[in-house]
Write a protein of this length. Structure first.
Length: 289
């Protein structure tokens, strides 16, 4: 098997050694995907590499980088020799609450760093991936999955994590715009909502204490087993990357609630308004064409 063929079945997973990203990595490997795992914790990366390669007949490469650092994204993509070596899929799973607490009380410099980590570092990864993908000639189908969160798309908005929540809302808007820019060229980009998952972010919320309110209670619920299974999130992404879902792009997909709908992706493709954040109805816009 040549390197181009391998690249066409390789996924880059940031945050792929811990939390939700670790589950995504495992499920992709089980589905036959080779992996490039990127994260800050080199020991965790090597542990994930060994465990995955022991269970699945795939290659796993690791890249120890802190993606919040200014040069990290360029260092990451410099490891690929060009579009022929670029992984055919990318999952941006790395995330961090950053500063927690009411906007009126948090340190604003920390607020900006939190937003930068959860939005600009991801946006740069997407830009660099797109530039490399589009720099060659005809290429395989490419897929990008970003993670939403923070109550995005839900009926209730929990207070106390405004930097993180605002960044996640901005990421979904980025998904919608990038979809319009690149979908005709064979690149699909979607935003997945994992829901309440017992992860390192739950640790952050629990450490902040009960005064944090709903975000703390949500973390407590997830820690007690009442959240979304990471395996459910991973299964959605694997299915989204499968041939069955070719063409599905620009959508906001809940791991908990939308998996069944994706079992018939043709119905999703026929309805351009389905799984979007905006409100479209006859009261606001009149009868749709």
């Amino acid at each position: 098997m040549d390197e181009r063929t391998i690249a066409e079945r390789t996924a880059l997973v940031t945050g792929g050694a811990k939390g939700i990203g670790r589950s995504v990595s495992e499920h992709l490997a089980a589905a036959g995907w080779h992996l490039v795992l990127c994260g800050r914790d080199g020991a965790a990366l090597l542990r994930a590499q060994g465990e995955i390669e022991a269970r699945h007949p795939v290659r796993v490469a690791t890249v120890a980088l802190d993606l919040s650092e200014p040069t990290a994204a360029s260092e990451l993509f410099a490891r690929f020799g060009g579009p022929q070596e670029l992984p055919a899929a990318m999952v941006c799973a790395a995330a961090d609450y950053g500063v927690l607490g009411p906007l009126a009380q948090v340190d604003f410099a920390r607020f900006k760093r939190s937003f930068d980590l959860n939005f600009f570092s991801v946006a740069e990864l997407v830009q660099r991936y797109l530039r490399m993908a589009l720099s060659g000639g005809p290429s395989p189908r490419r897929r990008i999955a970003l993670f939403g969160g923070g109550g995005l798309g839900s009926a209730q908005v929990p207070p106390g994590a405004s930097a993180y929540q605002s960044a996640k809302a901005a990421l979904y808007r980025l998904v919608e715009v990038v979809h319009e820019e690149v979908h005709a060229r064979g690149i699909e980009v979607n935003c997945v909502l994992p829901g309440l998952v017992d992860s390192g972010m739950a640790d952050q919320a629990l450490a902040a204490g009960p005064g944090l309110g709903e975000v703390y209670e949500a973390a407590r619920k997830a820690r007690a087993g009442g959240g979304t299974s990471p395996e459910l999130v991973a299964a959605l992404i694997v299915h989204l990357f499968s041939d069955a879902c070719a063409g599905v792009s620009g959508r906001l997909l809940s791991a908990r609630f939308d998996g069944a709908a994706l079992e018939t992706p043709g119905a999703v493709l026929q309805d351009p308004h389905r799984f979007r954040l905006r409100r479209i109805d006859q009261v606001l816009f009149g009868k749709l064409p």
